[in-house]
Design a protein around this ligand. Sequence first.
Ligand code: OAD
Length: 262
Amino acid sequence: MDDLQKQNLEKVKKLVQSAKRVCILTGAGVSAESGIATFRGYSEETGESLWSKYDPQQLASIDGFLQDPEMVWQWYQWRREVNQDKQPNPAHIAIAQWQKRAKQSGQQDVTLVTQNVDGLHQKAGSDPKQYSVIGSLIELHGNIWQNHCLQCSKEHLEDVTGVQQVPKCQSCGGQIRPSVVWFGEVLDQNKWQAAETAAYCCDLFLSIGTSSQVYPAAGLMMLAKSQGAKIVEINPEPTQNSVVDYQIKGKAGEFFPQIVNN
Ligand code: OAD
């Protein structure tokens, strides 16, 4: 570890202790050490990223689904199969424990906004139930384990393990789709407002394992910065973010526990 990295780590540890309101934004990189593929770039743990092998317009857009629903459904079924045995890594666990400690002490608010749909933050103990309340987990891009009807939006809780044909909604006969946000779709407005509030009000913003290329999530960092928050980024690769105050160049599972478990 070079001197700058050591200095940054020490400064970030102090910020973590003194911050009153924290907003954490996570991306696919936080789950890389759990063995889940990222979307862009190369990951040491999982190799090539998803969008280097698959076309997001075909597999992650409403047009793609309407054109070939079976193919899209089966791709998500494959991803679910791949993800089902994956476990939270030390980064997910350290985030969840920090949120718990913060809630218990009442001294800090630690809100977690994730772009990930893998459910690993929940598995680690972060709580999505009250996403309009500061201090919880906001799954901005949805959750791959949930489904709803394309036509009537009804939530479908039935087990679809191994189902290879697009199931039909019992209420309206519409096609059932995974509850993830696709390119071109708007985010759930309650979740987005909660995420914006968390970023706007925080004094410390931690961006972990995201390439910051997908908006509006990537804009949260700028929003936090505009209100005077300190910005920390944990990522083994450099990103385009120019507003970062402290860059921790490394893996989330290795460095995040170090900065919060002093
Ligand atoms: P990306 O795949 O774009 O970026 C993953 C980032 O994680 C990269 O910057 C990697 O360098 C970094 N990374 C890799 N291994 C890491 C590790 N062990 N620790 C920390 N960082 C690591 O993923 P996202 O930024 O999450 O959208 O992508 C944003 C959105 O684009 C996703 O939510 C998804 C995708 O299309 C939807 O599905 C709507």
